[in-house]
Design a protein around this ligand. Structure first.
Ligand code: FAD
Length: 469
């Protein structure tokens, strides 16, 4: 790919090339940050020398969340609506109920759980109206259908961002910015299945076993899911059990199991094995509710000190909770034919041997164990890659959301907190002490996390150039 030159820049320069802030990725995380900045009256501050929103999609706001088909969210309708409810949004967003495509989510009970495709529609409509307001009233520009390739840290503390129009990938373009809020989402790769098996201390699937990611499969319609697996399931020798193994023990894994059981039961999927490496955790509003269910709670490890909820971050909620309970009590998803086996490969040698046997004898293995980073290449001012600390669940960040290099230094002026990076629980954010993962969720992007990153961006901008009065 050619380097951006003055010629390619001049010929395609539709927008100016220097900004105080570039929001790379306008999915739930990137937009949550911008909604928060607006609600707290700081939008003009971050857009003091121009704010650019850049995303490789043409439609903004929902990211991948709206792509998941036939999947029920793990947040309630009211949780998503709360993100958009503030007096300052009334005029900006207008009457959302006038939009007929939002009817299903706006008329649903506040404490029901919506389909993610409906959530996607809500987030898209809200984001598009919000962005239209921003571009009209603030120094804000938008680049749709543009993919960021590299982000280079310049010697003066700013960033040089190379991107391209997705219809012209061979024509790189260049902009600079004082700060970058980078939320391009997370990534699951089938190649990671070997690593997951190593972690479980079981052999990798053999060459004849098909491998997939839950992220890809959950975006297929039922008909496409059947088309994908019909040839795989048809290949099995007569009277052998047709089994699919899913590696993972959280929402993605249980959601995947439900989709497979519902859609593939009639095309000879006999069995699903969910292979996880620690006990399955369930979410409860209170410890008392958990006790009434007969669920054992370790008050020191499982209860969020702020909300008192049990397994607030790691527990299966709502539909995934019901699916897990059905599997635990009846060995399958209610109303679907395939048997579902839960294997806690970390619970001992017998379980580990069973997990190994299931993987070896499955026709397909699915990675359903979280997301890694999906960030564009990050370069130092010489153009050499900056290796980042990548731990469980993505890029390690500091309390303001700045990625940490492998030397432990925060990259000043750069922020990332969505899927594939993200904050860990702390005294302010809360969550159960036993949880060591990352916090991801639409509500928290619009609230606590959006606030922290806003503080970081404003500090970085103030350090570069004080506001002119
Ligand atoms: C199955 C599933 C169910 C979930 N259910 C819920 C739920 O009920 N409630 C909840 O709160 N959370 C839920 N989550 C979590 C939620 O999806 C994520 O927290 C959230 O979608 C992540 O948003 P994001 O903006 O980080 O990433 P994404 O949604 O992936 O958005 C990233 C954006 O960046 C853009 N982008 C990517 N790369 C580039 C690039 N190089 N250049 C320019 N743009 C780029 C993409 O086009 C996209 O618009 C769920 C997650 C999954 C996987």
């Amino acid at each position: 790919m050619q380097r951006p030159t003055a010629k390619t820049m001049a010929s395609s320069r539709a927008v100016r090339t220097n900004y105080s802030c570039v929001a790379c990725g306008a999915g739930p995380a990137g937009m949550g940050f911008l909604f928060h900045a607006y609600r707290t009256g700081k939008l003009a501050d971050i857009a003091r020398n121009g704010l650019l929103i850049i995303d490789k999609r043409s439609s903004l706001g929902a990211g991948k969340l709206g792509d998941y088909v036939n999947v029920t969210g793990y947040s309630m309708v009211k949780t998503f609506l709360e993100c958009l409810e503030h007096e300052c949004f009334e005029k900006v967003l207008g009457d959302l109920s006038e939009c007929s495509s939002l009817d299903r989510i706006l008329t649903a009970a506040a404490d029901s759980t919506p389909r993610l495709t409906d959530v996607g529609t809500l987030l898209t409509v809200a984001a598009e109206r919000f962005i239209a307001h921003l571009t009209e009233h603030y120094d804000v520009e938008v680049l749709r259908g543009h993919e960021v390739e590299t982000i280079r840290c310049l010697e003066d503390g700013r960033f040089e961002i190379v991107h391209h129009d997705t219809r012209k990938p061979a024509t790189p373009l260049l902009i600079t910015s004082d700060t970058v809020v980078m939320n391009p989402g997370g990534r699951q790769r089938v190649e990671e299945i070997d690593g997951l098996c190593r972690m479980l201390r079981i052999p990798s699937p053999g060459k004849n076993v098909k491998t997939y990611t839950s992220d890809d499969l959950l975006r297929l319609s039922s008909a496409k899911l059947v088309d994908t697996f019909a040839p795989v399931l048809a290949q099995t020798a007569p009277r052998r059990i047709n089994r699919i193994a899913i590696i993972g023990g959280a929402h993605s894994a249980f959601t995947m199991a439900e989709r497979l059981a519902t859609d593939l039961g009639d095309i000879k999927l006999h069995e699903i094995a969910i292979i996880h490496r620690s006990p399955i955790r369930l979410y409860f509003e209170t410890a008392e509710e958990a006790r009434l269910w007969g669920y054992s709670v370790d008050a020191a490890k499982d209860v969020c000190p702020i909300t008192k909820r049990v397994n607030r971050a790691s527990g299966l909620r709502y539909r995934a909770f019901e699916v897990a309970c059905s599997i635990l009590s009846r060995g399958g998803v209610s109303g679907a034919k395939p048997r579902v086996e839960l294997i806690d490969a970390g619970s001992g040698e017998a379980a580990r041997a069973r997990a190994a046997e299931c993987v070896a004898n499955s026709c397909a293995v699915i990675h359903g164990a979280g997301y890694g980073p999906n960030i564009p290449t990050l370069l130092d001012h010489w153009g050499a890659p900056i290796p980042l600390q990548v731990c469980r669940g993505g890029i390690e960040i500091d309390p303001l959301g700045r990625p940490l290099s492998i030397n432990g230094e925060a990259i000043s002026g750069l922020f990332s907190f969505g899927l594939g990076s993200g904050f860990r629980p702390d005294a302010q954010i809360g969550n159960e002490p036993a949880f060591r993962g990352r916090i991801n969720g639409v509500w928290i992007f619009h609230h606590d996390i959006g606030g922290r990153v806003l503080t970081g961006v404003l500090q970085a901008l103030d350090a570069m150039a004080p506001l002119q009065f």
